[in-house]
Design a binder for this molecule. Structure first.
Ligand code: ZN
Length: 175
């Protein structure tokens, strides 16, 4: 279903995740769970002057969820929060199957996930880290202080597209 070269890039991030390490004293940390697939992501950000100085994660789950968040942390470092949200918008467009983000270099390795747009049940997996980012930015902007050391936990309960049976899509990808 996915292009071979893209599939290999996804598996490379899954097997050798980038930035998968604890971040001591993160500005904000958000845990996000996808109950459907059992994926878990904890996103930890260090933010200074409205810019993401460091982005790391922990978690476990399918190859799509873990590769996506690994790729995401790579693209986030050094970005302002506005730029990070702009990237999120581009990635959402990629998941909707739009053409433009497929050629957008700003997305880096994340473009390897374009084929996921054809696997609706896996889109939730690919978006897990981004949903964590979204909550992290919201939480950070809600309060400039008092977030230090506070861990926020979420369960991603957004509904699946109607008529999709997760069991049918289990074998789409390894992991
Ligand atoms: Zn998953």
């Amino acid at each position: 279903m996915l292009e071979t070269i893209y599939k290999e890039l996804i598996l490379d991030h899954y097997r050798k995740p980038r930035n998968k390490a604890p971040l001591v004293g993160p500005t904000v940390a958000v845990s996000m769970r996808n109950p459907l697939c059992g994926d878990e992501v904890e996103l930890m950000l260090r933010i200074g002057d409205d810019r993401i100085a460091d982005a790391r994660f922990g978690g476990q789950g399918c190859s799509i969820s873990q590769a996506s968040v690994s790729m995401m942390t790579e693209t986030l470092k050094g970005r302002t929060l506005d730029e990070a949200l702009e990237l999120e918008g581009k990635f959402l467009a990629l998941m909707r199957g739009e053409e433009e983000p497929k050629r957008d270099k700003a997305l880096g390795d994340l473009r390897a996930l374009e084929g996921v747009s054809k696997l609706p049940v896996r889109i939730k997996c690919a978006l897990l880290g981004w949903n964590a980012l979204d909550e992290a930015v919201k939480a950070y902007r809600r309060s400039d202080e008092g977030l230090m050391g506070k861990k926020l936990e979420f369960e991603d309960l957004t509904s699946l597209p109607e008529g999709f049976d997760p069991a049918e899509h289990k074998d789409d990808l390894p992991g």
